[in-house]
Design a binder for this molecule. Structure first.
Ligand SMILES: Cc1ncc(COP(=O)(O)O)c(C=O)c1O
Length: 392
């Protein structure tokens, strides 16, 4: 058998499949016919190897409680080694959860208490702030610097100051960064890691977009210094990479025994024990046979990013694009249009009939921006960009 799902140009109809991206506009107060390029899943079929493995599982017909053992661990370990040169040293390091956001919720509950301050770097993936406030903790933001270069920078003095002044014990890191697309360099990560080490701050390092780093390799934070093992929880998952978010499987890597026990206790307290049966099947197939598909999808998405950049530069006056170093999310700065946020949103939703993610949901620093997901067929992307051009 060879990889079959390499046609990314064909539009697969996702409407009427209970797709969050396609079927919930009306319920969320938007016109029913908007073209959605918002939530971070792709409009492409996953690897045919994943599909085939799932078909076999369906054919088997029994979906009882399922647990993983050494085989699963070895598969995850091999992926980490091959993709990011990261050596997992023990099966005990690996804890499965039904998603990264679930894990972040457990981390917030396990390592902070009500009223505590949790550090994030806005603008950032909005469930970070939701998970903090939903748990009655407070958001402290080390707001990223937009210096006009089209790539966010970190204010490290402010980072440390915010930790000290707010007695921060937990920091949620997004790397590669959603929505800005920065892939933090080794130097940047070490400065972050060292400051957190100095002040005993636990880092939840959300590296879910690690397989979409466009130049060079992704740097796994915990891999940069041995000492980081005592403070870093790395959140990984095959779900972004292989477009299987609905199967809800993520691999949380925790080398430190105390951190791991505390985390596992919290997960157990939620009543979660065994992972989703087909999520496990999909993860194993993806990590063992999905590389050809991944190489092809990476090429396709990168060409969409380049196409978007050219389109924006040539057609959208007053709009500036952050060219992502990682992720399939493009961050567009509309502030040069001089329009208020509400007017930008109105034109996008009601005139262009598009569903993007408005920048302000990522925090105040996201005002004036829109996030657009370019993991779609080129024809869909072209349609969306032309619609934007028409109304700006
Ligand atoms: C940075 C980041 N973390 C986590 C997630 C979601 O992870 P999960 O579906 O495993 O909860 C996303 C999805 O968009 C994301 O962009």
């Amino acid at each position: 058998m060879s990889e079959k799902n390499l046609d990314f140009d064909t539009v697969v109809n996702r409407r009427h499949t209970d797709s969050l991206k396609y079927d919930f506009a009306k319920r969320r107060g938007l016109p029913e016919d908007v073209l959605p390029l918002w939530v971070a899943d792709m409009d492409f079929k996953t690897s045919s190897y994943v599909q085939e493995a799932l078909s076999q599982s369906v054919e088997h017909g029994i979906f009882g409680y399922t647990e993983t053992d050494v085989d699963y661990y070895e598969i995850v370990k091999n992926w980490m080694k091959k993709q990011y040169d990261w050596e997992l040293e023990s099966i005990r390091w690996l804890v499965k959860t039904p998603g990264v956001v679930f894990a972040l919720g457990a981390i917030v509950q396990a390592f902070t208490k009500e009223g505590d301050n949790v550090l994030i770097q806005q603008p950032v993936y909005y469930p970070f702030s939701e998970i903090i406030t939903d748990n009655d903790r407070n958001i402290v933001s080390n707001t990223l610097i937009d210096d006009g270069s089209g790539r966010y920078k970190i204010d490290f003095d402010d980072f440390e100051k915010k930790i000290v002044e707010n007695n921060v014990k937990l920091f949620l890191l997004s790397n590669p960064h959603n929505p800005g697309g920065a892939v933090w360099t080794k130097e940047e990560l070490i400065r972050i890691g060292d400051i957190c080490l100095k002040h005993n701050v636990i880092i939840a390092s959300d590296e879910i977009h690690a397989d979409f780093v466009w130049k060079g390799k992704h740097n796994v934070l915990v891999n940069l210094k041995d000492e980081y093992r005592d403070i870093v929880i790395t959140c990984t998952s095959p779900t972004k990479t292989f477009n299987i978010a609905g199967l809800q499987i993520s691999n949380i890597i925790i080398p430190n025994t105390v951190l791991r026990r505390t985390f596992k206790k919290k997960v157990a307290a939620f009543g979660y024990s065994q992972a989703n049966t087909v999520g496990i099947v999909a993860c194993e197939a993806a990590y063992t046979k999905g590389e050809e598909w991944l190489a092809a999808i990476r090429e396709y998405i990168w060409s969409n990013i380049e196409y978007t950049k050219e389109f924006v530069d040539n057609n959208l006056t007053g709009v500036k694009m952050f060219v992502p170093e990682g992720t399939y999310l493009v961050w567009l700065d509309f502030s040069g249009t001089g329009l208020e946020d509400s007017e930008i949103n109105r034109r996008i939703i009601h005139e262009a009939k598009l569903w993007l993610d408005a920048g302000n949901i990522f925090g105040d620093a996201g005002k004036g921006f829109q996030r657009i997901n370019v993991a779609c067929p080129r024809s869909v992307l072209t349609d969306a960009l032309k619609r934007i051009k028409k109304v700006f």
